[in-house]
Design a protein around this ligand. Sequence first.
Ligand SMILES: Cc1cc2nc3c(=O)[nH]c(=O)nc-3n(C[C@H](O)[C@H](O)[C@H](O)COP(=O)(O)OP(=O)(O)OC[C@H]3O[C@@H](n4cnc5c(N)ncnc54)[C@H](O)[C@@H]3O)c2cc1C
Length: 424
Amino acid sequence: MTISFEIPEHIQQQSQLVRWIAESTMRPYARELDEREHERPTAFVEQMWPILRDQQKATLDKLRQAEGGTGESGDKPKSGRVSTRMLGLMMQVEMLSWGDTGIYLCLPSPALGGAAIEAVGTTAQKLRLLQRFAEGDQPVWGAMAITEPGAGSDNSAMSTTAVFDEETNEWVINGEKIFITSGKLALEESNGLVIVWATVNKAAGRAGIKSFVVEAGTPGVSIGKVEIKHGIRASDTASIVFNNARIPADNILGSAEVQMSKDSKGFQGAMATFDASRPLVAASALGIGRAALEFVKEKLAENGVEIPYGVPYHKLTAIQRDVLEMEAQLRSAYLLTLRSINMLDEGAHNSLEASMAKLKAGRAVTFIAQKAVELLGPMGYSREWLAEKWMRDAKINAIYEGTDQINCLIVARRILGYSRNELA
Ligand SMILES: Cc1cc2nc3c(=O)[nH]c(=O)nc-3n(C[C@H](O)[C@H](O)[C@H](O)COP(=O)(O)OP(=O)(O)OC[C@H]3O[C@@H](n4cnc5c(N)ncnc54)[C@H](O)[C@@H]3O)c2cc1C
């Protein structure tokens, strides 16, 4: 496998456009939207929607071409990388999170729901379900719901059920999901969808867990509580209640026959979803980390403190050492993220690298944002500057998509060759 550290020209150009959006429609509203928790960032959504719709359309067109038998795999850069799609996404997510993570999470896109559809859905399902994000003139949101009041890190304990009704040819879903990012935007504020993980056979454990598409407007689906949070406050985080929610038979992701068998392919789909999404969470963490680091360096420079490079350690001040440590943490997290993304673009299995990147980036950004508050003195703690907000926003990267502890376990299991039962 090759890793290219060079960012292709077309992605650099895209990054410049995204930077402009981040500077003009995110940063200036970051404080205000944090204060007014859950208010939709209208200017940002309006600017991003056409861009994302075009990106989504390009993805669909490639799928359609592949379906038509052309075998086209899209852009083939000089480095030999099969695709640069995920690399482009990584750079976009990093830049948008540099603008503001809470606002970035309001991006009108399939989000985690899309990752699940791509990981588990058949080609026909991908084409059908992703179409609403690629066409139409209104923004649409997607979400993914795994977490329940009694099942977080241990997803296999989930109790939401999906029962097949042969008479009506529908799945009937009952249960409650909590802490679902963009759940309200997807189901109440747009014609979106949520991918819901539920068990079709509790006795079968993880093998009985499958994923289902629940579309906005489905009777029996309601938004419960919308969380009031510590950070990423512009993003809606909602609970979703399913009370005899009926969905078409074809809304089970993947082939119904495979899904109904007793193997664990259904739940492996959840893991495949995380393989794609964890590197992007890492990218989001990198964006916050860079924002905090750049701001600290700017303020230190205003006070006459420059950061020297190539100078012996003992000749540095404590503050200079701190800043260099922040930079080193950010850089190593960036390289791990790049590696996990590169593997995705090459179609390689990246579970280990995805967990490593997410773990490292989550820890690095938590450290960097906290250090920034410390180095900036009392103004670091003031709401006048964004440093205290970045510290609050940073922490989520160590929680969702698998906590630090869970990703540590995954890394350890994979390196040491232990099974889930041997190292829990
Ligand atoms: C803002 C926000 C947005 C979210 N968005 C989504 C979403 O879109 N969709 C979704 O499905 N979920 C979402 N979540 C839920 C998130 O994924 C879970 O909170 C997370 O997986 C942890 O689960 P839990 O909260 O039940 O914690 P628990 O599993 O109860 O864990 C509590 C603590 O124990 C530790 N722990 C647990 N098991 C072990 C172990 N075996 N070894 C060592 N330590 C362990 C954990 O690391 C954690 O520190 C979101 C959460 C938040 C806060």
